[in-house]
Design a protein around this ligand. Sequence first.
Ligand code: UDP
Length: 258
Amino acid sequence: MSRRKKIYEGKAKILYKGPRPGTLVQYFKDDATAFNAQKKAVLNGKGVLNNRISEFIMLKLAGIGIPTHFIKRLNMREQLIKEVEIIPLEVICRNVAAGSICKMLGLEEGSALPRTLIEFCYKKDELGDPVVSEEHIFAFGWATPAEVSELVALSLRINDYLCGLFAGVGIRLIDFKLEFGRFVDENGNHIILLADEISPDSCRLWDIETGRKLDKDRFRRDLGDVTAAYSEVATRLGIIKTNPGSTPTLSIVPNETQ
Ligand code: UDP
């Protein structure tokens, strides 16, 4: 790792220069932060799980024609990705009321929303990633109207697909956050790629039968068993194989990309 040039270190991931121009290596740390990094912990194994879960989801999404930054997983904690110019917006997609929308609008957690909602937040840690409107996005030039239409269309397709994927393993997708980047493809076309990660760090995932939380809210709200919940998501998705009666292990599914 230290051989590589560090490009950026975030709260849960590090980006290194990749082996070829236009590529980066995305390293998943075990660090967990919440409430704009006021709460911090190291959760052993979280990075390994998120690497695997995000790889799995990015490959599934590529399979339905969503362009993503993911190239291949390199090892337990790293993946090779395409270098993009990150659009400074977090796209939040909500199916059920939870988290900040409950506070903002006085909704009860778990209550139905009239329809799937897409929200934009300006990526600015110092400001706590405030919710912004399209007016702000266009006025400040964070993205063009055509880009925002594309972000909404891609996010809704991703939501439809992921709702089904998770429902198939008994999990309700409550909400999630996406990030996108600008990229010039081999034909010189300017396209938008899905970037960052999709994992229990960036989604709310509730067991359909019991409502048990299987995501980062276990950390945010001190519910315990955070990595066990992430492991359960990976196991249900078929990423981790378990022997009956044993705890899930990450080592027995071979790295098919190597
Ligand atoms: N989220 C995220 N990173 C952020 C903010 C939100 O991954 O910086 C995810 C969060 O895990 C949840 C969804 O986006 O799945 C909606 O988060 P919300 O706006 O409710 O914020 P929160 O109350 O979780 O801070």
